[in-house]
Design a protein around this ligand. Sequence first.
Ligand SMILES: Nc1ncnc2c1ncn2[C@@H]1O[C@H](COP(=O)(O)OP(=O)(O)O)[C@@H](O)[C@H]1O
Ligand SMILES: [Mg+2]
Length: 596
Amino acid sequence: MSHATHTIPTLRETYRRMLMAAGSEAPAVRRMLALFALGAVAQGLAFACFFPLLRALLAEPADLTQAWIWLGVMVAATVADLILGWLGHGFEYGGAIADVTHDLRRRLGRQLRQMPMQALARWRTGDLGAVLGGSIDEAVAPMGTLSHVIIRMLVVPLVVIAVTLAIDARMALAMAVIVPMAVPIYRWQRRASGQERRDVAEAHGRTESDIVEYTQGLAVLRTLGQTGAKAQRLQESLAHLREVQAKALMAGLWPALLMAGLVEIGLLVVLALGGTWVTQGTLSLAAFAAMLVIVMRFSEPLALFSELTKVFDLMEVALQRMDQVLAVAPLPVTAPAQPPSDHDIAFDGVTFAYEGENAPALKDVSFHLPARSLTALVGPSGSGKTTVTRLIMRFADPRAGTVRIGGADIRSLSSDALAARLSVVFQDVYLFDDTILENIRMGRPDADDAAVVAAAQAANCHDFIRRLPDGYATRVGDIGGSLSGGERQRISIARAILKDAPIVILDEPTAALDTESERAVQKAIDALVRERTVLVIAHRLSTVVGADRILVFDDGRLVEMADHRSLLEAGGRYAALWTAQLRSKAWHAAPVPADV
Ligand SMILES: Nc1ncnc2c1ncn2[C@@H]1O[C@H](COP(=O)(O)OP(=O)(O)O)[C@@H](O)[C@H]1O
Ligand SMILES: [Mg+2]
């Protein structure tokens, strides 16, 4: 979901997003902008002083007292401008920028933890990485300097024109001639090159994501000999980036030239009109000279305009991206009717459809799993098994029905309280680029080393970890893909054992493993599931025969529920699946392990 909305945000929206990004520092940002605006007014006044100053100097005879007074006012206004600007920039130098950046990282991090998993799944990992990393800096770092320059460009001409209006209306109009021309050109530029530049910013984001994903997975991809596909995607991103960059340069060229031309034209208009009026005797030479100086001064920044909007566009795209992430509301937590009394799991008439899908993935599913029992979910691929486990984790809320743990609706549990009760082991294991010890400790961050090692022993991974170059201190990144799937799986089980949550969910943990690793992992699983409420999705029916209860799913419906023996005797869906697997080749390759 990296596509930003394809409209150019107004200054007001950008202002709102800036305040949003600033969070608790929003008053400081407002103060900074107010100081810059006041500074710009002071600078405009200083420019406007040129006129009375030159009039006093060019009078016959020169009025030196007047000249000194106006020079004094001018210097005072300039000093005021400098002080106000300095105070305004205090926002950056005073550490507020660092605070805002830090605070934003924390807020975005918290948001990622609290966001409904369904919403989280809409983003690519790399995109989120880019939001947490680059976007924050792109959005926050230029805030001060950029708003200073932009406020100046807007306010100074207005003040100068207003003051001049009081002195000589014609002259003010001559100066103002640039403004009505600048506005449509500004709009044109923002629309023409703005869009292209935002495309560039987005292509940048996408490339960044691809790089993050490519490099993260590099070790694994290399061992699997699959660098090709991801590398190709990265190549495509890079090519796309070059393309939009070239387009943006072309699209920005004409408006930029026109804007620069406009400044020249403005000067020429002022020169021509003023010159005519001076020769006609209706405008004093002093006023004319002052006007030229002023117009030259305030048209200077306009030449920088094009460069400026480039940074501005980058900032806007970054702000927008963060806004999108922060705008997702967490799932509401209702007041608890009663705290969970035990760790049994109940589905009561649960119907659920994924966001944007019409057909429900689960249809009116009801079951009750007593605490400390082992339940297996079976059924063809796509029948809704994983969805059941996701709803227990509150991936999203069901359309109808209730999911209860220990009698309490899980909607009444905080996300932390819910997470604390669940351990989850998936087919794919993500290991962080940290030591093996820390990767296991993640299960319970306050566990001491001895507890981590004990969990590793229970998960049947102590021996292979000790054989690693640095034992438990080996960094995952250093050995990369040399850990086998079964070893990674056992590390993730050690995590879960250490976490010691009362409910354990296993989603096809051994599906990708060969028979030997499967045995080792199965031993680890046996240690994990003891005395817990366990839900296991198994690809091989051989692993489910010992379950207390087997739930058979078909096309989103719970079609059978009993133990292995009763289901076979009933001769329904399960019996059919069982016979089919008995006949399949995979079955002979993987004989029933004795301990299930
Ligand atoms: N993130 C998702 N978005 C939309 N549809 C999904 C998503 N995940 C699964 N589905 C759909 O929901 C149904 C059930 O899927 P799932 O629970 O993963 O089945 P199983 O685990 O039994 O293979 C399938 O039709 C699948 O296509
Ligand atoms: Mg599944």
